[in-house]
Design a protein around this ligand. Structure first.
Ligand SMILES: CC(C)(COP(=O)(O)OP(=O)(O)OC[C@H]1O[C@@H](n2cnc3c(N)ncnc32)[C@H](O)[C@@H]1OP(=O)(O)O)[C@@H](O)C(=O)NCCC(=O)NCCS
Length: 173
């Protein structure tokens, strides 16, 4: 398994990981109608716009055959939070590849890149109802605040996790 920075030719691969992982991970949490309506093409278009901007990054994980099995995206924290300067925007690993360390490696890669960008702290938002939030707790994230997001026609509670000092992750990476 290799982790490397994404280039324009990878957008289709990471969009597929995002859609497929949402469908498997958020079934029973996010409305089935919304999950069914997700499209690879629309997700690709959204992602292409995102990485055209300079203060964001994305790394992917691929298996020996070159298949994209996960990715992480991050950059500057989006709301000028006074404490947490970097943000993990998303980390996804395909269902069948989960629980073998890929998510942790992607997380460490993002933390290292945030440090290179000059950020010493970071936060992430996760669906409050998702069992996957334990991934962040295991990595030492502390629960910060609760908010809501619109997903399709529904409002969902989201919770943020924060790390005050990400330098220890850089040593681990
Ligand atoms: C969350 C996610 C990125 C983790 O990736 P992963 O490759 O499965 O994670 P790892 O194998 O590196 O797990 C590291 C540790 O996190 C914890 N963890 C991971 N997934 C967990 C889960 N579903 N429940 C409880 N703990 C979990 C475990 O302690 C795990 O270590 P262990 O397997 O030795 O017990 C992946 O499961 C995923 O894409 N989930 C669905 C989408 C999502 O919710 N993404 C995060 C929100 S943006």
């Amino acid at each position: 398994m290799v982790i490397r920075e994404v280039n324009a030719a990878d957008i289709a691969g990471i969009a597929k990981v995002q859609v497929d992982t949402w469908r498997s991970a958020y079934s029973g949490i996010v409305a089935q109608k919304y999950l069914n309506g997700m499209s690879y093409k629309q997700t690709e278009d959204l992602m292409a716009g995102l990485f055209a901007e300079g203060d964001k990054f994305c790394y992917l994980a691929e298996d020996a055959s070159g298949k994209v099995i996960g990715f992480v995206a991050g950059g500057k924290e989006r709301t000028d939070n006074p404490t947490y300067k970097g943000e993990l925007y998303a980390v996804y690993v395909l269902d069948q590849y989960q629980r073998s360390g890929t998510g942790r490696l992607l997380f460490l890669t993002a933390a290292r890149r945030l440090r290179i960008m000059g950020f010493n702290s970071m936060l992430v938002w996760v669906l409050a109802a998702s069992p996957y939030r334990r991934f962040y707790a295991k990595l030492g994230g502390k629960e910060l605040t609760v908010s809501t997001v619109d997903i399709g026609e529904e409002k969902h509670e989201v919770v943020s996790y924060g790390w005050d000092d990400i330098s220890s992750f850089v040593r681990d990476a």
